[in-house]
Design a protein around this ligand. Structure first.
Ligand code: GCB
Length: 611
Protein backbone atom coordinates (compact mmCIF):
# COMPACT_ATOMS: atom_id res chain seq x y z
CA UNK A 1 0.00 0.00 0.00
CA UNK A 2 1.28 3.49 -0.77
CA UNK A 3 2.05 6.35 1.54
CA UNK A 4 -0.96 7.65 3.40
CA UNK A 5 -2.14 11.09 2.51
CA UNK A 6 -2.07 12.71 5.93
CA UNK A 7 -4.70 15.45 5.85
CA UNK A 8 -6.53 18.00 3.88
CA UNK A 9 -6.12 21.35 5.57
CA UNK A 10 -8.99 23.04 3.96
CA UNK A 11 -11.48 20.30 4.64
CA UNK A 12 -10.57 20.43 8.27
CA UNK A 13 -10.93 24.19 8.33
CA UNK A 14 -14.24 23.98 6.54
CA UNK A 15 -15.65 21.40 8.92
CA UNK A 16 -14.75 23.58 11.89
CA UNK A 17 -16.40 26.58 10.34
CA UNK A 18 -19.50 24.74 9.24
CA UNK A 19 -20.36 21.79 11.44
CA UNK A 20 -22.39 19.31 9.38
CA UNK A 21 -26.06 18.61 9.33
CA UNK A 22 -27.27 21.34 7.01
CA UNK A 23 -29.09 20.20 3.89
CA UNK A 24 -26.79 20.04 0.93
CA UNK A 25 -23.76 20.67 3.08
CA UNK A 26 -21.24 18.84 0.98
CA UNK A 27 -17.59 19.71 0.88
CA UNK A 28 -17.70 23.47 0.73
CA UNK A 29 -16.18 25.01 -2.39
CA UNK A 30 -16.46 28.54 -3.68
CA UNK A 31 -19.29 28.29 -6.17
CA UNK A 32 -19.26 29.74 -9.65
CA UNK A 33 -15.72 31.16 -9.58
CA UNK A 34 -15.88 32.15 -13.25
CA UNK A 35 -18.46 34.82 -12.34
CA UNK A 36 -16.09 36.33 -9.77
CA UNK A 37 -13.27 38.84 -9.89
CA UNK A 38 -10.34 36.65 -10.81
CA UNK A 39 -6.72 36.86 -11.84
CA UNK A 40 -5.97 34.22 -14.41
CA UNK A 41 -2.89 32.16 -13.55
CA UNK A 42 -2.94 29.99 -16.67
CA UNK A 43 -0.07 29.99 -19.12
CA UNK A 44 3.52 28.76 -19.07
CA UNK A 45 4.63 27.54 -15.64
CA UNK A 46 8.19 26.51 -14.89
CA UNK A 47 8.38 22.78 -14.29
CA UNK A 48 10.81 20.30 -12.73
CA UNK A 49 10.25 16.61 -13.40
CA UNK A 50 11.03 14.76 -10.15
CA UNK A 51 10.62 10.98 -10.59
CA UNK A 52 12.33 10.16 -7.25
CA UNK A 53 10.63 12.91 -5.23
CA UNK A 54 14.00 14.39 -4.29
CA UNK A 55 12.38 17.78 -3.91
CA UNK A 56 9.97 16.38 -1.32
CA UNK A 57 11.79 13.70 0.71
CA UNK A 58 15.36 13.36 1.84
CA UNK A 59 17.42 10.23 1.25
CA UNK A 60 15.91 8.65 4.40
CA UNK A 61 12.43 9.36 3.00
CA UNK A 62 11.75 12.10 5.57
CA UNK A 63 9.81 15.17 4.38
CA UNK A 64 12.13 18.02 3.46
CA UNK A 65 11.68 21.36 5.15
CA UNK A 66 15.04 22.98 4.41
CA UNK A 67 16.15 24.76 1.26
CA UNK A 68 16.48 21.47 -0.59
CA UNK A 69 12.69 21.35 -0.68
CA UNK A 70 11.72 22.50 -4.16
CA UNK A 71 8.86 24.61 -2.83
CA UNK A 72 11.47 26.94 -1.29
CA UNK A 73 12.68 27.93 -4.76
CA UNK A 74 16.02 28.56 -3.15
CA UNK A 75 18.95 30.08 -5.05
CA UNK A 76 22.63 29.57 -4.16
CA UNK A 77 23.88 32.56 -2.20
CA UNK A 78 27.48 32.04 -3.26
CA UNK A 79 29.32 30.09 -5.95
CA UNK A 80 30.39 27.52 -3.32
CA UNK A 81 26.88 26.68 -2.16
CA UNK A 82 25.34 23.41 -3.38
CA UNK A 83 21.75 23.67 -4.66
CA UNK A 84 20.61 20.85 -6.91
CA UNK A 85 17.46 22.27 -8.47
CA UNK A 86 16.58 25.34 -10.48
CA UNK A 87 13.12 26.23 -11.73
CA UNK A 88 14.53 28.96 -13.98
CA UNK A 89 16.44 26.55 -16.21
CA UNK A 90 14.21 23.45 -16.06
CA UNK A 91 11.77 24.26 -18.85
CA UNK A 92 8.04 24.97 -18.95
CA UNK A 93 4.67 23.26 -19.09
CA UNK A 94 1.45 24.90 -20.12
CA UNK A 95 -1.38 25.18 -17.61
CA UNK A 96 -4.06 23.99 -18.00
CA UNK A 97 -2.80 20.83 -19.64
CA UNK A 98 -1.60 17.32 -19.06
CA UNK A 99 2.17 16.85 -19.16
CA UNK A 100 1.99 13.62 -21.18
CA UNK A 101 1.11 15.32 -24.45
CA UNK A 102 3.37 18.34 -23.98
CA UNK A 103 6.75 16.58 -23.99
CA UNK A 104 7.58 13.32 -25.70
CA UNK A 105 9.67 12.23 -22.71
CA UNK A 106 6.61 12.53 -20.45
CA UNK A 107 4.26 10.49 -22.60
CA UNK A 108 4.30 7.44 -20.28
CA UNK A 109 5.54 9.34 -17.23
CA UNK A 110 3.78 8.80 -13.91
CA UNK A 111 5.16 10.47 -10.81
CA UNK A 112 5.81 13.97 -9.55
CA UNK A 113 6.25 17.22 -11.42
CA UNK A 114 6.82 20.53 -9.63
CA UNK A 115 5.19 23.59 -11.18
CA UNK A 116 6.05 27.18 -10.35
CA UNK A 117 4.84 30.57 -11.39
CA UNK A 118 5.18 34.07 -10.01
CA UNK A 119 2.53 36.77 -9.74
CA UNK A 120 1.90 40.16 -8.24
CA UNK A 121 -1.33 41.13 -6.54
CA UNK A 122 -2.02 44.33 -4.72
CA UNK A 123 -4.80 43.38 -2.37
CA UNK A 124 -6.94 46.02 -0.76
CA UNK A 125 -7.36 45.63 3.03
CA UNK A 126 -10.95 44.42 2.92
CA UNK A 127 -10.43 41.79 0.27
CA UNK A 128 -9.85 38.08 0.67
CA UNK A 129 -7.85 36.09 -1.84
CA UNK A 130 -8.10 32.42 -2.73
CA UNK A 131 -6.17 30.31 -5.17
CA UNK A 132 -8.52 28.08 -7.13
CA UNK A 133 -7.66 24.98 -9.16
CA UNK A 134 -10.14 23.43 -11.58
CA UNK A 135 -8.31 20.12 -11.02
CA UNK A 136 -4.84 18.58 -10.77
CA UNK A 137 -4.28 14.87 -11.32
CA UNK A 138 -3.86 13.16 -8.87
CA UNK A 139 -2.47 14.68 -5.67
CA UNK A 140 -1.61 18.34 -5.39
CA UNK A 141 0.65 19.91 -2.76
CA UNK A 142 0.39 23.68 -2.90
CA UNK A 143 2.91 26.19 -1.55
CA UNK A 144 2.95 29.96 -1.59
CA UNK A 145 6.15 31.92 -1.00
CA UNK A 146 7.88 28.87 0.45
CA UNK A 147 5.08 27.75 2.84
CA UNK A 148 2.54 25.00 2.38
CA UNK A 149 -1.01 26.28 1.97
CA UNK A 150 -2.86 23.03 1.33
CA UNK A 151 -3.12 19.60 -0.25
CA UNK A 152 -5.75 17.93 -2.34
CA UNK A 153 -6.36 14.38 -3.40
CA UNK A 154 -8.46 13.37 -6.41
CA UNK A 155 -7.67 14.18 -10.01
CA UNK A 156 -10.96 15.55 -11.30
CA UNK A 157 -12.51 17.91 -8.79
CA UNK A 158 -11.80 21.56 -7.95
CA UNK A 159 -10.21 22.90 -4.79
CA UNK A 160 -9.35 26.27 -3.33
CA UNK A 161 -7.14 27.58 -0.55
CA UNK A 162 -7.29 30.96 1.12
CA UNK A 163 -4.10 33.03 0.81
CA UNK A 164 -5.37 36.35 2.20
CA UNK A 165 -2.65 36.49 4.86
CA UNK A 166 0.18 35.17 2.72
CA UNK A 167 -0.22 37.02 -0.56
CA UNK A 168 2.04 40.01 -1.11
CA UNK A 169 1.99 42.87 -3.56
CA UNK A 170 5.02 41.72 -5.56
CA UNK A 171 6.88 38.57 -6.48
CA UNK A 172 4.68 35.86 -5.01
CA UNK A 173 5.77 32.42 -6.08
CA UNK A 174 3.24 29.65 -6.21
CA UNK A 175 4.62 26.12 -6.34
CA UNK A 176 2.55 22.98 -6.88
CA UNK A 177 3.83 19.45 -6.69
CA UNK A 178 1.53 17.22 -8.69
CA UNK A 179 1.90 13.47 -8.20
CA UNK A 180 -0.04 11.10 -10.45
CA UNK A 181 1.48 7.85 -9.19
CA UNK A 182 -1.15 5.10 -9.31
CA UNK A 183 -1.67 3.36 -5.98
CA UNK A 184 -3.95 0.56 -4.95
CA UNK A 185 -5.65 2.56 -2.17
CA UNK A 186 -6.61 5.47 -4.43
CA UNK A 187 -9.77 6.37 -6.36
CA UNK A 188 -9.39 5.30 -9.12
CA UNK A 189 -7.07 2.48 -8.19
CA UNK A 190 -4.08 1.19 -10.23
CA UNK A 191 -6.04 -0.36 -13.06
CA UNK A 192 -8.18 1.63 -15.48
CA UNK A 193 -8.84 1.73 -19.21
CA UNK A 194 -7.87 5.35 -19.73
CA UNK A 195 -4.70 7.42 -19.85
CA UNK A 196 -3.41 8.65 -16.52
CA UNK A 197 -2.93 12.22 -17.72
CA UNK A 198 -0.88 14.00 -15.06
CA UNK A 199 -0.54 17.67 -14.28
CA UNK A 200 -2.51 20.79 -13.56
CA UNK A 201 -5.10 19.78 -16.09
CA UNK A 202 -7.64 22.57 -15.53
CA UNK A 203 -7.47 26.36 -15.13
CA UNK A 204 -5.93 28.09 -12.12
CA UNK A 205 -6.97 31.50 -10.84
CA UNK A 206 -6.85 33.86 -7.93
CA UNK A 207 -10.37 34.55 -6.76
CA UNK A 208 -10.86 37.90 -5.05
CA UNK A 209 -13.79 38.21 -2.67
CA UNK A 210 -15.06 40.56 0.01
CA UNK A 211 -14.57 39.76 3.70
CA UNK A 212 -18.01 38.21 3.89
CA UNK A 213 -18.93 36.50 0.64
CA UNK A 214 -21.48 34.14 -0.86
CA UNK A 215 -19.69 30.83 -0.78
CA UNK A 216 -22.35 28.60 -2.25
CA UNK A 217 -26.04 28.41 -2.96
CA UNK A 218 -28.61 25.99 -4.27
CA UNK A 219 -31.49 27.35 -6.32
CA UNK A 220 -33.50 24.49 -7.78
CA UNK A 221 -37.06 23.32 -8.25
CA UNK A 222 -38.28 21.41 -5.24
CA UNK A 223 -38.23 17.67 -5.75
CA UNK A 224 -41.44 16.66 -7.49
CA UNK A 225 -42.52 20.22 -8.28
CA UNK A 226 -42.32 22.41 -11.38
CA UNK A 227 -43.58 25.53 -9.61
CA UNK A 228 -41.75 25.78 -6.35
CA UNK A 229 -38.14 26.81 -5.91
CA UNK A 230 -36.33 25.70 -2.78
CA UNK A 231 -32.77 26.28 -1.85
CA UNK A 232 -30.19 27.73 0.47
CA UNK A 233 -27.40 30.26 0.59
CA UNK A 234 -24.20 29.94 2.60
CA UNK A 235 -22.05 32.94 3.48
CA UNK A 236 -18.43 32.81 4.57
CA UNK A 237 -16.87 35.48 6.80
CA UNK A 238 -18.16 38.17 9.13
CA UNK A 239 -20.83 39.45 9.23
CA UNK A 240 -22.56 36.11 8.81
CA UNK A 241 -26.01 37.49 9.56
CA UNK A 242 -27.18 39.38 6.53
CA UNK A 243 -30.19 39.97 4.42
CA UNK A 244 -29.86 38.11 1.11
CA UNK A 245 -31.98 38.71 -1.98
CA UNK A 246 -32.64 36.15 -4.71
CA UNK A 247 -33.61 37.86 -7.96
CA UNK A 248 -34.71 36.33 -11.23
CA UNK A 249 -35.59 39.52 -13.12
CA UNK A 250 -36.92 37.78 -16.24
CA UNK A 251 -39.43 35.87 -14.12
CA UNK A 252 -40.27 38.91 -12.01
CA UNK A 253 -38.90 37.30 -8.85
CA UNK A 254 -37.29 39.08 -5.93
CA UNK A 255 -37.26 37.42 -2.51
CA UNK A 256 -35.33 38.44 0.56
CA UNK A 257 -34.15 36.20 3.42
CA UNK A 258 -32.01 36.49 6.50
CA UNK A 259 -29.01 34.27 7.09
CA UNK A 260 -28.57 32.83 10.58
CA UNK A 261 -25.57 33.02 12.87
CA UNK A 262 -23.82 30.41 10.75
CA UNK A 263 -24.35 32.44 7.59
CA UNK A 264 -26.99 30.06 6.32
CA UNK A 265 -30.48 30.68 4.98
CA UNK A 266 -32.98 28.24 3.52
CA UNK A 267 -35.87 29.36 1.38
CA UNK A 268 -38.80 28.23 -0.64
CA UNK A 269 -41.12 30.22 -2.91
CA UNK A 270 -43.40 29.80 -5.88
CA UNK A 271 -42.28 30.71 -9.37
CA UNK A 272 -43.84 30.67 -12.78
CA UNK A 273 -40.96 29.53 -14.98
CA UNK A 274 -40.34 28.34 -18.47
CA UNK A 275 -38.90 24.89 -17.83
CA UNK A 276 -35.49 23.76 -19.08
CA UNK A 277 -35.42 20.78 -21.43
CA UNK A 278 -33.17 19.50 -24.25
CA UNK A 279 -35.67 20.93 -26.77
CA UNK A 280 -35.72 24.29 -25.02
CA UNK A 281 -32.71 24.78 -22.73
CA UNK A 282 -33.97 27.94 -21.10
CA UNK A 283 -31.52 29.49 -18.62
CA UNK A 284 -32.41 32.40 -16.34
CA UNK A 285 -30.00 34.98 -14.98
CA UNK A 286 -30.25 34.48 -11.22
CA UNK A 287 -28.77 37.06 -8.90
CA UNK A 288 -27.84 36.28 -5.31
CA UNK A 289 -27.18 39.51 -3.45
CA UNK A 290 -26.10 39.81 0.17
CA UNK A 291 -25.18 43.05 1.91
CA UNK A 292 -21.48 42.62 1.20
CA UNK A 293 -21.39 40.49 -1.93
CA UNK A 294 -23.32 39.70 -5.09
CA UNK A 295 -23.00 36.94 -7.68
CA UNK A 296 -24.94 36.06 -10.82
CA UNK A 297 -25.44 32.60 -12.26
CA UNK A 298 -27.34 31.18 -15.22
CA UNK A 299 -29.68 28.50 -13.98
CA UNK A 300 -32.23 26.28 -15.69
CA UNK A 301 -35.24 24.83 -13.89
CA UNK A 302 -36.54 21.34 -14.57
CA UNK A 303 -37.77 18.36 -12.61
CA UNK A 304 -36.46 14.84 -12.87
CA UNK A 305 -37.99 11.75 -11.30
CA UNK A 306 -38.60 8.08 -11.80
CA UNK A 307 -42.01 6.44 -11.72
CA UNK A 308 -41.96 2.67 -12.04
CA UNK A 309 -39.80 1.99 -15.07
CA UNK A 310 -40.23 5.51 -16.47
CA UNK A 311 -37.90 8.49 -16.24
CA UNK A 312 -39.93 11.69 -16.03
CA UNK A 313 -38.46 14.98 -17.19
CA UNK A 314 -40.77 17.84 -16.24
CA UNK A 315 -43.41 15.22 -15.51
CA UNK A 316 -43.24 13.56 -18.93
CA UNK A 317 -41.60 10.22 -19.86
CA UNK A 318 -38.29 10.68 -21.63
CA UNK A 319 -36.02 8.23 -23.47
CA UNK A 320 -32.33 9.05 -22.97
CA UNK A 321 -30.65 8.95 -26.38
CA UNK A 322 -27.11 9.01 -25.15
CA UNK A 323 -23.46 8.36 -25.77
CA UNK A 324 -20.59 7.81 -23.33
CA UNK A 325 -17.58 10.12 -23.40
CA UNK A 326 -14.06 10.38 -22.10
CA UNK A 327 -12.66 13.81 -21.35
CA UNK A 328 -10.24 13.90 -24.26
CA UNK A 329 -9.79 16.87 -26.54
CA UNK A 330 -11.66 16.52 -29.84
CA UNK A 331 -9.04 17.88 -32.20
CA UNK A 332 -5.68 17.55 -30.43
CA UNK A 333 -4.12 14.95 -28.16
CA UNK A 334 -4.63 15.07 -24.40
CA UNK A 335 -7.20 16.12 -21.82
CA UNK A 336 -10.07 18.37 -22.77
CA UNK A 337 -10.86 21.29 -20.49
CA UNK A 338 -12.06 24.35 -22.42
CA UNK A 339 -15.40 25.74 -23.48
CA UNK A 340 -14.45 25.09 -27.12
CA UNK A 341 -13.63 21.44 -26.36
CA UNK A 342 -16.98 21.10 -24.62
CA UNK A 343 -18.86 22.73 -27.50
CA UNK A 344 -17.25 20.44 -30.06
CA UNK A 345 -17.74 17.20 -28.11
CA UNK A 346 -21.33 17.97 -27.19
CA UNK A 347 -21.89 19.21 -30.75
CA UNK A 348 -20.89 15.77 -32.06
CA UNK A 349 -23.24 14.14 -29.56
CA UNK A 350 -26.07 16.37 -30.76
CA UNK A 351 -25.28 15.59 -34.38
CA UNK A 352 -25.68 11.94 -33.42
CA UNK A 353 -29.18 12.79 -32.19
CA UNK A 354 -28.38 12.64 -28.49
CA UNK A 355 -30.30 14.34 -25.72
CA UNK A 356 -28.04 12.71 -23.12
CA UNK A 357 -24.37 12.05 -22.41
CA UNK A 358 -22.66 9.83 -19.88
CA UNK A 359 -19.56 11.67 -18.72
CA UNK A 360 -17.53 8.56 -17.85
CA UNK A 361 -15.65 7.77 -15.54
CA UNK A 362 -14.82 10.86 -13.45
CA UNK A 363 -16.02 14.46 -13.08
CA UNK A 364 -15.29 16.66 -16.13
CA UNK A 365 -14.29 20.30 -16.27
CA UNK A 366 -17.05 22.67 -15.16
CA UNK A 367 -17.10 24.12 -18.70
CA UNK A 368 -18.62 20.84 -19.90
CA UNK A 369 -21.57 21.04 -17.52
CA UNK A 370 -22.19 24.69 -18.29
CA UNK A 371 -22.10 23.91 -22.02
CA UNK A 372 -24.54 21.03 -21.50
CA UNK A 373 -26.85 23.49 -19.72
CA UNK A 374 -26.60 25.86 -22.68
CA UNK A 375 -26.96 23.28 -25.46
CA UNK A 376 -29.68 21.24 -23.78
CA UNK A 377 -27.95 17.93 -23.12
CA UNK A 378 -28.90 15.79 -20.11
CA UNK A 379 -25.91 14.51 -18.14
CA UNK A 380 -24.86 11.46 -16.15
CA UNK A 381 -21.85 12.40 -14.00
CA UNK A 382 -19.62 9.82 -12.37
CA UNK A 383 -16.93 9.40 -9.72
CA UNK A 384 -13.93 7.19 -10.51
CA UNK A 385 -15.04 4.26 -8.36
CA UNK A 386 -13.94 1.92 -11.10
CA UNK A 387 -13.36 -1.85 -11.08
CA UNK A 388 -11.21 -2.98 -8.11
CA UNK A 389 -11.30 -0.33 -5.39
CA UNK A 390 -10.04 -1.21 -1.86
CA UNK A 391 -13.54 -1.73 -0.50
CA UNK A 392 -12.42 -2.41 3.05
CA UNK A 393 -10.09 0.56 3.41
CA UNK A 394 -11.86 3.36 5.34
CA UNK A 395 -9.48 5.99 3.90
CA UNK A 396 -10.37 4.90 0.39
CA UNK A 397 -14.06 5.24 1.24
CA UNK A 398 -13.43 8.66 2.70
CA UNK A 399 -11.58 9.66 -0.45
CA UNK A 400 -14.42 8.45 -2.71
CA UNK A 401 -16.99 10.25 -0.56
CA UNK A 402 -14.99 13.46 -0.75
CA UNK A 403 -14.67 13.30 -4.52
CA UNK A 404 -18.41 12.66 -4.80
CA UNK A 405 -19.24 15.58 -2.52
CA UNK A 406 -16.88 17.88 -4.40
CA UNK A 407 -18.52 16.97 -7.70
CA UNK A 408 -22.00 17.57 -6.30
CA UNK A 409 -20.90 20.76 -4.59
CA UNK A 410 -19.65 22.14 -7.90
CA UNK A 411 -22.57 21.06 -10.09
CA UNK A 412 -25.70 21.11 -7.96
CA UNK A 413 -27.14 24.10 -9.83
CA UNK A 414 -26.71 22.65 -13.33
CA UNK A 415 -30.05 21.74 -14.91
CA UNK A 416 -28.32 19.36 -17.31
CA UNK A 417 -27.11 17.10 -14.49
CA UNK A 418 -29.81 14.52 -13.75
CA UNK A 419 -27.83 11.47 -12.63
CA UNK A 420 -24.93 10.95 -10.24
CA UNK A 421 -23.20 7.63 -10.83
CA UNK A 422 -21.26 6.13 -7.96
CA UNK A 423 -19.43 3.30 -9.67
CA UNK A 424 -18.53 1.38 -12.79
CA UNK A 425 -18.32 -2.42 -13.15
CA UNK A 426 -17.50 -3.10 -9.54
CA UNK A 427 -17.53 -6.79 -8.57
CA UNK A 428 -20.27 -7.84 -6.13
CA UNK A 429 -19.19 -8.56 -2.54
CA UNK A 430 -20.44 -7.50 0.89
CA UNK A 431 -17.66 -4.92 1.45
CA UNK A 432 -18.24 -3.46 -2.02
CA UNK A 433 -22.00 -3.33 -1.47
CA UNK A 434 -21.48 -1.45 1.81
CA UNK A 435 -19.00 0.97 0.23
CA UNK A 436 -21.25 1.84 -2.70
CA UNK A 437 -24.41 2.00 -0.58
CA UNK A 438 -22.64 4.62 1.50
CA UNK A 439 -21.94 6.64 -1.66
CA UNK A 440 -25.57 6.31 -2.75
CA UNK A 441 -26.70 7.64 0.64
CA UNK A 442 -24.17 10.47 0.44
CA UNK A 443 -25.38 11.48 -3.02
CA UNK A 444 -29.02 11.44 -1.91
CA UNK A 445 -28.36 13.47 1.19
CA UNK A 446 -26.09 16.01 -0.54
CA UNK A 447 -28.65 16.53 -3.31
CA UNK A 448 -32.12 15.09 -2.99
CA UNK A 449 -33.23 16.38 -6.39
CA UNK A 450 -31.02 14.19 -8.61
CA UNK A 451 -31.19 10.48 -9.39
CA UNK A 452 -28.43 8.08 -8.41
CA UNK A 453 -27.19 5.24 -10.56
CA UNK A 454 -24.17 2.98 -11.13
CA UNK A 455 -22.98 0.99 -14.13
CA UNK A 456 -23.57 -2.62 -13.04
CA UNK A 457 -23.11 -5.93 -14.84
CA UNK A 458 -25.75 -8.56 -15.56
CA UNK A 459 -25.46 -12.29 -15.01
CA UNK A 460 -26.52 -14.76 -17.67
CA UNK A 461 -28.34 -18.08 -17.90
CA UNK A 462 -28.59 -20.26 -21.04
CA UNK A 463 -31.76 -22.13 -21.95
CA UNK A 464 -31.52 -24.03 -25.21
CA UNK A 465 -30.06 -21.56 -27.68
CA UNK A 466 -31.40 -18.48 -25.83
CA UNK A 467 -29.66 -16.53 -23.11
CA UNK A 468 -31.42 -14.59 -20.42
CA UNK A 469 -29.47 -11.79 -18.84
CA UNK A 470 -30.63 -10.75 -15.44
CA UNK A 471 -29.89 -7.56 -13.57
CA UNK A 472 -29.53 -9.07 -10.13
CA UNK A 473 -26.87 -6.94 -8.49
CA UNK A 474 -28.06 -6.20 -4.93
CA UNK A 475 -27.31 -2.52 -5.55
CA UNK A 476 -30.31 -2.53 -7.86
CA UNK A 477 -32.35 -2.04 -4.66
CA UNK A 478 -30.50 1.11 -3.71
CA UNK A 479 -30.11 3.02 -7.00
CA UNK A 480 -32.88 5.10 -8.58
CA UNK A 481 -31.96 4.05 -12.12
CA UNK A 482 -30.28 0.82 -13.17
CA UNK A 483 -27.21 1.17 -15.34
CA UNK A 484 -25.77 -1.89 -17.07
CA UNK A 485 -22.71 -2.44 -19.24
CA UNK A 486 -22.58 -5.41 -21.61
CA UNK A 487 -20.23 -6.36 -24.43
CA UNK A 488 -22.12 -9.10 -26.26
CA UNK A 489 -20.41 -9.49 -29.61
CA UNK A 490 -17.08 -8.06 -28.54
CA UNK A 491 -15.75 -9.56 -25.32
CA UNK A 492 -18.32 -12.35 -25.29
CA UNK A 493 -19.75 -14.24 -28.26
CA UNK A 494 -20.72 -12.80 -31.61
CA UNK A 495 -22.88 -9.75 -32.44
CA UNK A 496 -25.59 -12.16 -33.68
CA UNK A 497 -25.91 -13.59 -30.14
CA UNK A 498 -27.90 -10.49 -29.25
CA UNK A 499 -30.72 -11.90 -31.43
CA UNK A 500 -31.12 -14.71 -28.91
CA UNK A 501 -30.69 -12.67 -25.74
CA UNK A 502 -33.50 -11.53 -23.44
CA UNK A 503 -33.30 -9.26 -20.42
CA UNK A 504 -35.08 -9.44 -17.08
CA UNK A 505 -34.97 -7.34 -13.96
CA UNK A 506 -36.52 -8.00 -10.56
CA UNK A 507 -36.54 -4.27 -9.90
CA UNK A 508 -39.39 -2.07 -11.00
CA UNK A 509 -36.95 0.59 -12.19
CA UNK A 510 -35.81 2.13 -15.49
CA UNK A 511 -32.69 0.74 -17.17
CA UNK A 512 -30.02 2.68 -19.01
CA UNK A 513 -27.74 0.47 -21.09
CA UNK A 514 -24.70 2.42 -19.98
CA UNK A 515 -22.22 0.66 -22.31
CA UNK A 516 -21.94 -1.65 -25.28
CA UNK A 517 -19.61 -1.38 -28.25
CA UNK A 518 -16.88 -2.74 -30.48
CA UNK A 519 -13.49 -1.50 -31.64
CA UNK A 520 -13.03 -0.32 -35.22
CA UNK A 521 -10.11 1.41 -36.88
CA UNK A 522 -11.40 4.29 -38.98
CA UNK A 523 -10.85 3.57 -42.69
CA UNK A 524 -10.25 -0.15 -42.18
CA UNK A 525 -12.88 -2.05 -44.17
CA UNK A 526 -13.74 -5.70 -44.60
CA UNK A 527 -16.27 -8.38 -43.73
CA UNK A 528 -18.65 -7.78 -40.84
CA UNK A 529 -17.09 -10.79 -39.11
CA UNK A 530 -13.56 -9.31 -39.26
CA UNK A 531 -12.42 -7.70 -36.03
CA UNK A 532 -11.32 -4.05 -36.13
CA UNK A 533 -13.26 -3.26 -39.35
CA UNK A 534 -15.83 -0.48 -39.43
CA UNK A 535 -18.23 -3.14 -40.75
CA UNK A 536 -17.83 -5.25 -37.60
CA UNK A 537 -18.71 -2.29 -35.42
CA UNK A 538 -21.60 -1.33 -37.73
CA UNK A 539 -23.02 -4.86 -37.64
CA UNK A 540 -22.69 -4.99 -33.87
CA UNK A 541 -24.62 -1.74 -33.47
CA UNK A 542 -27.38 -3.05 -35.74
CA UNK A 543 -27.78 -6.24 -33.71
CA UNK A 544 -27.46 -4.50 -30.36
CA UNK A 545 -30.14 -1.97 -31.26
CA UNK A 546 -32.51 -4.76 -32.33
CA UNK A 547 -31.99 -6.38 -28.91
CA UNK A 548 -32.36 -3.15 -26.97
CA UNK A 549 -35.72 -2.49 -28.64
CA UNK A 550 -36.99 -5.68 -27.02
CA UNK A 551 -36.16 -4.66 -23.42
CA UNK A 552 -39.47 -3.43 -21.97
CA UNK A 553 -37.90 -1.44 -19.13
CA UNK A 554 -35.14 0.23 -21.19
CA UNK A 555 -35.35 4.02 -20.85
CA UNK A 556 -32.00 5.11 -22.15
CA UNK A 557 -28.60 4.13 -23.49
CA UNK A 558 -25.08 5.49 -23.74
CA UNK A 559 -23.03 3.21 -26.01
CA UNK A 560 -19.28 3.09 -25.63
CA UNK A 561 -18.00 5.59 -26.82
CA UNK A 562 -18.13 8.89 -28.72
CA UNK A 563 -14.46 9.14 -29.69
CA UNK A 564 -11.41 6.86 -29.72
CA UNK A 565 -9.39 7.55 -26.57
CA UNK A 566 -5.92 6.75 -25.31
CA UNK A 567 -5.43 3.76 -23.04
CA UNK A 568 -2.20 2.08 -21.93
CA UNK A 569 -4.03 -1.27 -21.89
CA UNK A 570 -4.43 -1.20 -25.67
CA UNK A 571 -1.07 -2.31 -27.03
CA UNK A 572 -1.92 -4.04 -30.32
CA UNK A 573 0.07 -2.39 -33.14
CA UNK A 574 -1.78 -1.03 -36.16
CA UNK A 575 -5.29 -1.44 -34.72
CA UNK A 576 -4.90 -0.04 -31.22
CA UNK A 577 -1.50 1.69 -30.86
CA UNK A 578 -2.51 2.65 -27.29
CA UNK A 579 -6.00 3.72 -28.29
CA UNK A 580 -9.30 2.18 -27.30
CA UNK A 581 -10.98 2.19 -30.73
CA UNK A 582 -14.59 1.86 -29.67
CA UNK A 583 -15.23 5.44 -30.73
CA UNK A 584 -17.95 6.22 -33.25
CA UNK A 585 -15.58 9.03 -34.20
CA UNK A 586 -11.83 8.48 -34.69
CA UNK A 587 -9.18 10.34 -32.69
CA UNK A 588 -8.96 12.70 -35.68
CA UNK A 589 -12.68 13.39 -35.65
CA UNK A 590 -13.72 11.18 -38.60
CA UNK A 591 -17.11 9.43 -38.35
CA UNK A 592 -17.14 5.65 -38.60
CA UNK A 593 -20.01 3.72 -40.22
CA UNK A 594 -21.62 2.83 -36.88
CA UNK A 595 -22.11 6.54 -36.22
CA UNK A 596 -24.76 6.51 -38.96
CA UNK A 597 -26.49 3.43 -37.53
CA UNK A 598 -26.90 5.02 -34.12
CA UNK A 599 -27.83 8.36 -35.66
CA UNK A 600 -30.63 6.71 -37.63
CA UNK A 601 -31.92 4.89 -34.55
CA UNK A 602 -31.95 8.11 -32.53
CA UNK A 603 -33.77 9.84 -35.31
CA UNK A 604 -36.40 7.08 -35.40
CA UNK A 605 -36.74 7.14 -31.60
CA UNK A 606 -37.53 10.83 -31.72
CA UNK A 607 -40.31 10.20 -34.21
CA UNK A 608 -41.65 7.13 -32.37
CA UNK A 609 -40.45 6.70 -28.77
CA UNK A 610 -39.86 3.03 -27.88
CA UNK A 611 -42.45 1.45 -25.61
C1 GCB B 1 -15.87 -1.19 -19.94
C2 GCB B 1 -15.43 -0.05 -19.13
C3 GCB B 1 -14.79 1.02 -19.97
C4 GCB B 1 -13.86 0.38 -20.99
C5 GCB B 1 -14.70 -0.48 -21.90
C6 GCB B 1 -13.87 -1.23 -22.93
O1 GCB B 1 -16.66 -1.98 -19.55
O2 GCB B 1 -16.45 0.49 -18.34
O3 GCB B 1 -14.08 1.90 -19.14
O4 GCB B 1 -13.14 1.31 -21.70
O5 GCB B 1 -15.37 -1.43 -21.16
O6 GCB B 1 -13.65 -0.73 -24.01
O7 GCB B 1 -13.44 -2.34 -22.62
Amino acid sequence: MGRQFPFRHYLLAVSLLFPGGVLGQATRLIANTSARQTVNLDGQWQAIVDPYDVGFLDYRARPLTNNNAFFKNYKPQSPSELVEYDFDTSGHLYVPGDWNTQRDSLFFYEGSVWYKRSFDYVKSPKERAFVHFGAANYKAFVYLNGEEIGRHEGGFTPFDFEITNQVRAKDNFLVVRVDDTRRSDQVPTVNTDWWNYGGITRPVSLVILPESFIQDYSIQLKKGSTEQITGWVQLNGLPLQQSVAIRIPEAGIEKTFKTDSRGHAEFSFNANLQLWSPESPKLYAVEIAGETDKVTDRIGFRSIAVQGTDILLNGKPVFLRGISLHEEAPTRPGRAWSEDDARTLLGWAKELGCNFVRLAHYPYDEAMLRMADQLGVLVWEEVPVYWMIEWENPQTLNNAETQLKEMISRDHNRASVIIYSVGNETPISEPRNRFIRQLIDDAHSADATRLVSAALQPTGAMQGDRTTLQINDPLGEAVDILGTNEYIGWYTGRPEDTDRTDWTSPFNKPLIMSEFGADALFGYHGASQTRWTEEYQENLYEHQIAMLKRIPFLRGMSPWVLKDFRSPRRTLPRFEDYFNRKGLVSDHGERKKAFLVLQKFYHDVQVQPPK
